[in-house]
Design a protein around this ligand. Sequence first.
Ligand code: SF4
Ligand code: SF4
Length: 386
Amino acid sequence: MLSAIRFDSGELNQRRWRSDCCSGDCRNILCWKEPEAAMGANIPYVEVHAVDHCNNNCRWCHNYSTFSEKKEYRAEDYFSGLDLLVSNAVNFSMISIMGGEPFLHSNLEEFIYKLLARYRKPIIVTTNGFWMTAEDIRAYKLLWNMLTVFKVSRYPVVTKRLGGDAKINNYFDQIKKYNKRIVIDYPNKSYFNRLDFFDEPVSAKKFCWNSDCTALLVDNRMGRCGAGAYMHLAPQGLLTDKFRDSQDMFYDLTKFNFDSFWLWRKRYPLDACAYCSFSQLQIMGLWKVCQNNKPVFDVEMELEYNVRLVSKLVATNDLEGARAKAISVAENSKKSKEVYNIVGSVFREYGLTEDAGCFYKKALEIDPAFLEAARNMKGLMTRKPR
Ligand code: SF4
Ligand code: SF4
């Protein structure tokens, strides 16, 4: 996801952090007081990755997620860095959950809840929205109440897959039924800022908004922008050595000093900006697939997400939703017999043998010689009732 986000919406300013309803000892994690925010000495937000990887494959992804191996983080991984900020009186107004694609996290709700419960800061999540259907939105009903801002980057390829903007706007309405105060942002990503790196230094020609990002890594370092903070994910040869050698990019929070921190935070241009095209008059390019020999969408990652979602729906007793989701995923998948078989096993796991049998049967209808489904079906028929 792109990293440059500004929080200047009037709607946001009226939101919950000016809590006039209590004395400040309230235990409701959705309510907070933020006196420091009013004083202005703060960072707009701290960005953390829920995962590094992404199902989408955008050229010029500023976080290099298209190149990342599957990597998921726990909320606890960020506690020591965030605690260092808090204990050193660095006020951050929001926590921004990014990636990669955050919805590929195996338990995004728990990840967010733990951050919200410990820091009581408004949460913003940015997604490419690939997962959106009515069933998914129902399955995430607990999530919507934890979010202050929900940001869906509008990639043309994803919009097309989801059936167009009207459908997506209906999903947004559905989310608002769970949380009337949620701010939904739907920025256009048809054009991408082209990110290139130079061997020879150039002078900065403009201010780069990415320098406001402040990304926290799990080793207690903060990076000034996505392009630098996540350089460990970029393949050899994509970045130049001079860019990688930047001394300004990171701040080690374990060596915190108030003056050096704020000098670092306010500095622009960084030494790295001399080797980065974002400090120049920006060249915009139409959204493109990255030239890395990978498909536009990683179907394995998406399948894993969808199977987890079916499981979530079954666990919350939304069986109708689970069946509908399972069938639509299988119908849109080249591996439909495998999908039916996996989904059958999800239902079997919850003791729903009738549903499990239906899905194994669908797998066998596609391929009567599909051994795995045949074995599962046989196992189901010989299974002793509980
Ligand atoms: S959607 Fe595109 S820009 Fe966003 S993290 Fe994935 S690959 Fe990067
Ligand atoms: S111009 Fe500087 S701040 Fe902006 S993305 Fe490049 S290195 Fe980061």
